[in-house]
Design a binder for this molecule. Sequence first.
Ligand code: NAD
Length: 477
Amino acid sequence: MGLFTSTPMPEPVGDSAPPVDEHPSRIATVLNHLRRSADARITHPRRFRVQQLRALEKMLEEHLDDFLQALNDDLGKSPTEAKFAEVDVVRAEIDFALRHLAEWMDSTGVKVPLALQPAIAKIEPRPLGVVLILGAWNYPLQLVLAPLVAAIAAGNAAVIKPSELAPATSGALAKFLPLYLDERVFAVIEGGVDTATELLAARWDHIFYTGSERVAKIVAMAAAKHLTPTTLELGGKSPAVVDNHSPATAKRLAYAKFMNAGQTCVAPDYILCIGDAAPLISRLTQAITSFYGKEPITHQDFGRIASRQHFDRLLAMMEQGEVVAGGEYDEETLRIAPTIMRNVSLDGTLMTEEIFGPILPIVEVKTFEEALEFIAQRPSPLAAYLMSESPRLQSIFSDRVRAGAIVHNAPLAQMVIPTLPFGGVGASGTGSYHGKHGFDRLSQMRSELNKTTVVDTLSAIYPPYSWAKRKIIDRLL
Ligand code: NAD
């Protein structure tokens, strides 16, 4: 039995001595093992990183059906959507890391000031140590495995704790990861708030958290006790300003909003429509029907809400304005049809909290300037979308709006470009990842300087500081 088990106590790994504590908790046992192996630097060599990344890829290949089934059990995700939005995203991250790892790991030489020459100075990316990865339930596979790719690439050991609100995916990860990754340095620990709390009390070298702003504050406070750096991948209300009401605009917005039943951190949360919203509403409605038919709550490609609590929260939001399309729901299957609302209250939860469900409120504004003001008065979102072909409006939008990402006309598409950093700003998060950004985030950029003593050029600046030496120092430094 390995470290990846979900409930029973794991056996000690390898031939190393048992943990110091006489009655350590399971988590303490796992961490002791990981810490020892990480201290032995087994994760450092490039060969090891490459081998682990390949093993992760192999797991996704060989257990694709198991993961797709788990994602369907947890969220009713269609296999097609689950494959490209979860599995393929992780595989793309792995492939990109494998192709660029050697270059990312390379040290970078820097210029040495005249006063210190001759010498060699360089920046060397070094592993941080042991990383804790806490994931959210909405993309329960991608949100733990994509950070894990970054952790492996950067040469770290890692513990992942998938969300307890996606138990089938969490169970599948706990079952299959140990069959592929090196258990001495990678572990899956399953559990809910109690487990997360116990994990957070331990000392880590980095905590990578994806989830809500509320829990992020708990994570940050726990991390502060050990001065542990954190990456906080949060959410917020990502606005979509609509200037161009074309059918393509409506389709792109409907697609981005209703994928995964609206439970996507970068989904357009609400629309700010410049002018009358009636034509846009009609096109959005057509787009929804063309995607999910006349009865979306029974359509196999339309997902369900993760829990009863979220379902009830969303139904309460539907009371806060006029439902102009959709509105149907099924309490048994926890499905809510793609719903469009207008004339909404700006003070209710619909417009003050992240919706995270298939409800799309439309707020009409008279001018582009009014839309910019509306966004500026609210916390910085993870993404801000502008649907407009006007280069002038695009330029003003990019200049004035503060968000994790600015996207013109292609909501969600920013996610699949591995060279773009993915992360928030202000209330939507701290730090970013994907591709090299993830590697850098989970590395220490260490300074290294090497200067020979054979020729002691530094003697020119040693005390006592005579007039002549002061002149030399002034000139050199
Ligand atoms: P969640 O409830 O699954 O929680 C996330 C993690 O926090 C889980 O591992 C959970 O066990 C842990 N947790 C929950 N309560 C805790 C507590 N009191 N103490 C310690 N740990 C605790 O997910 P959520 O918080 O509902 O996630 C939804 C939010 O995540 C939304 O705001 C969404 O926008 C955001 N999100 C962001 C991204 C991103 O990449 N930026 C991606 C997905 C979701």
